[in-house]
Write a new protein. Structure first.
Length: 260
C-alpha cells in the first residue's frame, strides 16, 4: 500500500536544487509510478520559470522521459492567484502545453492589474505579517479562489491558507464541484484539523504531495500521511493513494477532443 505519484516538485528551473533527471531518479528510488515537475509560474518574482527557457524545459523533459520509461513524467506549473477577480498568472495558450496546473498564493507575484496590488496583495501581506484577521478580506480572498476555479481547469490548490486566509470549506465546496484537488503539502499544512475534516465532508478530494525543492524530498508524504492517519480520513478520499489521479485539466482536454 502506497502513494503512486508525487505531483508537486521543483527543479533547478525555478528554485529547486535538483535537475529534472535527479528528481526522476529519486522518484524511481521511492517506488513512484508518476512524477510531476511543477516549477513556479511565469509571474512569480522570486524564482519563476522564464518563458524563454520553456523550450529548453520541454526538451529536457522529453529526454528524461525517453531515458526512464519505467515512470511517467508530467510537466506542469505552480501558478499563482493574482487578482481578487479570480485570475491566475497563466495564459490560455499555456494550457495545452501543461500536463497539470497547480495554483497557490505567493506574496511576490506580478498582479493581474495595478489595482490588485492595493486590493489583493498589500492587504494580505499586512494581515499575514502582523497576524491579524479580517472577515472582509477573507471573504474577498475566498471569492477570488472560487472565481479562479470557475475560470480555469485548476488541478490542485496548493498550500491553502499559507500567506493568505480563505474560507477553506467554501473553497472546498467549489473544488468538489469542479473536480479540483486540495493538497496536503509536505513542507507545511496551514489548515486546521477541523478545516481538513470539513473539506472532506464537503466532498473535496485530498492529494498528498512533497513540494520537494531537492531530490531527497521527492516522494516524502510523511506530513500529509500523518494528518490522514491522525484524523482517520478514508484513503479513498486521497487521490494519489494506490491510484493515479484523473486530473481536471486532462478531463477537460479529453472532452474538448471528443467535441464536448
Amino acid at each position: 500500500m502506497a502513494f503512486w505519484g508525487d505531483y508537486h516538485t521543483h527543479s533547478v528551473y525555478s528554485h529547486g536544487k535538483g535537475t529534472i533527471e535527479q528528481n526522476v531518479r529519486a522518484a524511481i528510488k521511492a517506488g513512484l509510478k508518476e512524477l510531476a515537475i511543477t516549477d513556479h509560474g511565469f509571474k512569480y518574482l522570486m524564482c519563476n520559470v522564464r518563458r524563454r527557457e520553456w523550450k529548453k524545459i520541454t526538451e529536457d523533459v522529453e529526454s528524461v522521459r525517453a531515458k526512464y520509461p519505467q515512470i511517467k513524467l508530467e510537466l506542469g506549473l505552480e501558478t499563482n492567484f493574482n487578482s481578487t477577480k479570480g485570475y491566475i498568472d497563466i495564459k490560455q495558450s499555456d494550457v495545452p502545453l501543461l500536463d497539470l496546473i497547480i495554483c497557490g498564493y505567493h506574496k511576490f507575484v506580478i498582479p493581474y492589474k495595478l489595482r490588485d496590488i492595493f486590493t489583493f496583495f498589500w492587504p494580505n501581506f499586512f494581515l499575514d505579517t502582523f497576524g491579524k484577521s479580517s472577515k472582509r478580506m477573507t471573504a474577498k480572498n475566498t471569492d477570488a479562489y472560487i472565481k479562479a476555479l470557475e475560470r480555469y481547469d485548476i488541478d490542485i490548490i496548493a498550500h491553502m491558507n499559507s500567506e493568505i486566509t480563505v474560507d477553506a470549506v467554501e473553497v472546498a465546496k467549489a473544488a468538489a464541484h469542479y473536480g479540483t484537488l486540495i493538497e496536503l503539502n509536505g513542507k507545511r499544512i496551514n489548515l486546521t484539523d477541523t478545516e481538513i475534516e470539513k473539506i472532506v465532508d464537503a466532498g473535496a478530494e485530498l492529494i498528498c504531495v512533497s513540494d520537494a525543492h531537492s531530490p531527497e524530498k521527492v516522494g516524502d508524504f510523511s506530513r500529509g500521511a500523518a494528518v490522514i492517519e491522525r484524523l482517520g480520513i478514508p484513503y479513498e478520499k486521497v487521490a494519489n493513494w494506490e491510484r493515479i489521479p484523473d486530473f481536471r485539466s486532462k478531463r477537460a482536454k479529453r472532452e474538448k477532443a471528443n467535441g464536448g
